[in-house]
Design a protein around this ligand. Sequence first.
Ligand SMILES: C[S@@+](CC[C@H](N)C(=O)[O-])C[C@H]1O[C@@H](n2cnc3c(N)ncnc32)[C@H](O)[C@@H]1O
Length: 357
Amino acid sequence: MHVKQSKYLFMILKIEIKNEGIHGKRQKKEEGKFHEIELLFRYTSHPTNSATNENGDGAEAKRGNGNRRVVVLAMAAASALRTEELEEDDDGETVVGLGSYGGKVRLLAGAGGCDVEGEAAAAETMLLWGIQQPTLARPNAFVSQSSLALAIEACGHSLSILQSPSSLITPGVTGSVMWDSGIVLGKFLEHAVDSGMLLLQGKKVVELGSGCGLVGCISAFLGAQVILTDLPDRLRLLRKNVETNLNHDDMRGSAVVKELIWGDDPDRDLIEPLPDYVLGSDVIYSEGAVEDLMETLLQLSGTQTTIILAGELRNDSILEYFLDTAMKYFFVGRVDQAQFHPDYHSQRVAMYVLVKK
Ligand SMILES: C[S@@+](CC[C@H](N)C(=O)[O-])C[C@H]1O[C@@H](n2cnc3c(N)ncnc32)[C@H](O)[C@@H]1O
């Protein structure tokens, strides 16, 4: 298989894919100066009978045909990774089962150097921006942020999600309208449950930064006991959407709305017991909020908690910073677009599964 080697980068200047790997040039701002750094993610093959990886510090698993092997850095022993499902996809990425999500995810892992997480985060953002090219896809493909309500079919129901477009002009207010990644995550959950990749019936779910509440409402329709959370001044609209959309007799799950400010200590009912799932859509959009968000993710999760985050690809350095930080504490895998709901996917939206190490 492939051991990725990279240096540290930020802004992609140029990307080329050659036989031996992916080449790119990016700029990193360091101590006030920009440095242009050449990048090479080189893929190398190894004979299957070799006992350790190049660095001698990684666990490994063998798979596939003949003379390639998969090296998974010090991760194979972890129960969160379903290593028996580990394999290499057509692009040479390591795909693996992670947490309670039944589909495979592309595991983000560095080459075992001194900054494994930094390397893997840089590689990931470079692949997304260089190959997936999110800026070419249409923004707001599934939402109309100037409308007072968004109509959407989900779980056999017609949902009407109220929005407050005029509140968007207030600095710091983002949750008063729906965002594409919320629609993509909500419909992904429905699709994943329908296709047997996810079980939400009876599960405890906490949603972060719920905004207008579509993801939490869909989770409740899918049978989960959901706690939708957001900042204090966002709760009125959120409660209204929950009340008006979840008043059916055939509700399988339940939903309550609670205040949760990232970085603050969560109320006991959020963490006792720890949730089976933590969900969030479009919650990684501000560098200043990454640390608080990470603290909340750590407080809300145990090794049995599966975190699913969907986000719009607007800013590579914020995503890179988030992933770099997240990989210190969590296994992180990207869900391939092919697993999204067939009618609700976009090159602008990426989805990650995280499980605590
Ligand atoms: C871009 S909106 C996304 C809303 C919704 N999840 C969606 O996809 O439509 C970000 C959400 O995160 C919430 N948020 C931002 N910072 C927060 C913080 N520090 N603590 C709690 N929630 C926060 C906002 O109020 C908002 O609802």
